[in-house]
Design a protein around this ligand. Structure first.
Ligand SMILES: [Zn+2]
Length: 416
């Protein structure tokens, strides 16, 4: 004798008629609805005139003890006495969505399995087809934002990511922070053109639009023009991480040029000992290196006085951005920094200076409340992981759904 015990089915309003095992050891539970009414699909009134049973349908349900479980039910039909030709309506069940091959509980479970995973993996592990997983996603996860979830927006972030490896086609990611300062993805736009961003920003309901105080974004005219047009009262904020990308790159380009020259001019052993392998310590903040790395960088820069000057200016600018100060103070410091660059005679910052000139107001807006899109810190990484994991499989809509799944999964939130 096998020891047995009872577990509740946790499906409301049904009786179990019978249970049996299928060919592969799966459980098949035959159930019947205990409700004796439904809503007429035409007039919307409650109808109770029983018309008969439909053909039985099999629905996948949550597995038990490693075995697949199926619910078998013959849906009840009811006839409407109020409508002219007395149409019949199949009874709606709270635990099943019409035409779904799964119970709602199974859908939610499949989607939870998809957190930090891929459709292929879930398909294999849960013994369901690709389409079944995709179906569950589409039934459980909205393909676009529901504005009813928000009472205010305060800060929006616009950022971008190349959806396909090596592609220059960027998708724009629109984010906000909820009341617990957690990042929420509002949309993934198929490109970063001004018109696309305008269309999205204009889709925000007016009462929410009015609550947008600032938009954090990169120095990209498509964004700033879209924001000025649709949210004229909002401040445009370019956060320090975005600015840093540009001046770091300027200094890094000079590093590459300098290395080429040094390789030609220095004895090979000196070059190998002091100049090679400096990428990591060179790129990092001097103050975050250990003593040995600091000595290495100092020695290397001893061979490259121009690069050293650029490297010092880079650190000075980073320190300015890290310092808590007012917008006016920051503006003064930036002006002083520009002056130093001009006096240095360095040309590596030329492009960056132009950028700084154009965007100075938005850049110094950062100092008002030090807002960032929040994107750079955590979400960016998640998006990159999704991209790597689901390489080539995702369109913009599925990308949006997958990031919602991963964010909920990371926060331990349910999918039911
Ligand atoms: Zn009716």
């Amino acid at each position: 004798m096998t020891a047995t015990f009872q577990i509740p089915l946790d499906i409301p309003d049904v009786h179990i008629l019978s249970t049996r095992s299928g060919e592969k050891g799966e459980f098949i539970l035959e159930v019947e609805s205990s409700l004796n009414a439904t809503t007429c699909r035409r007039c919307g009134r409650e109808i109770t005139e029983f018309h008969g049973y439909d053909q039985p349908i099999l629905l996948r349900h949550l597995p038990v003890f490693g075995r697949d479980v199926w619910i078998e039910i013959r849906p009840k039909r009811y006839r409407c006495p109020h409508c002219d030709d007395h149409p019949t309506t199949t009874q709606r069940l709270s635990w099943h969505e019409p035409r779904s091959p799964h119970t709602k509980a199974f859908d939610a479970w499949l989607v939870s399995m998809l957190g930090n995973s891929t459709v292929s993996d879930v398909s294999r592990r849960c013994h369901v087809g690709h389409d079944a997983v995709e179906g569950a996603v589409n039934r459980c996860i909205r393909a676009k934002v529901d504005w009813a979830d928000y009472t205010q927006l305060r800060t929006l972030g616009i950022d971008e990511i190349a959806l396909k490896k090596g592609h220059k086609d960027f998708v724009a990611i629109i984010t906000t922070l909820d009341k617990n300062d957690q990042v929420c993805v509002l949309a993934i736009l198929p490109n970063r053109l001004k018109e696309t961003v305008v269309t999205f920003l204009n889709s925000i309901p007016a009462h929410l639009k009015a609550t947008v105080k600032r938009v954090c974004c990169d120095m990209h005219e498509g964004y700033s023009n879209a924001i000025k047009e649709t949210l004229p009262h909002a401040h445009i904020v370019v956060d320090r991480f975005h600015v840093a990308q540009y001046y770091n790159k300027a200094v890094d380009n000079l590093r590459k040029e300098t290395l080429t020259t040094l390789k030609k001019n220095l004895p090979e052993d000196i070059y190998q000992q002091y100049c090679q392998g400096m990428l990591w310590p060179f790129r990092h903040h001097f103050w975050s290196l250990d003593a040995e790395q600091q000595a290495q960088v100092s020695h290397f820069l001893g061979y490259a006085p121009e690069l050293k000057q650029a490297w010092l200016l880079r650190h000075e600018l980073t320190a300015t951005f890290m310092k808590y100060q007012t917008k006016a103070e920051a503006k003064q410091q930036l002006d002083a920094w520009k002056q130093k660059v001009t006096e240095s005679g360095l040309s590596c910052f030329d492009k960056f200076l132009t950028l700084l000139e154009t965007w100075q107001d938005s850049i110094t807006n950062y100092f008002e409340d030090r807002h960032t899109s929040g994107f750079v810190e955590g979400l960016n990484n998640k998006l990159k992981v999704i991209k790597r994991r689901c390489y080539g499989l995702l369109d913009v809509k599925r990308f949006f759904q997958q990031i919602q799944i991963d964010l909920r999964f990371a926060r331990g939130q349910s999918f039911a």
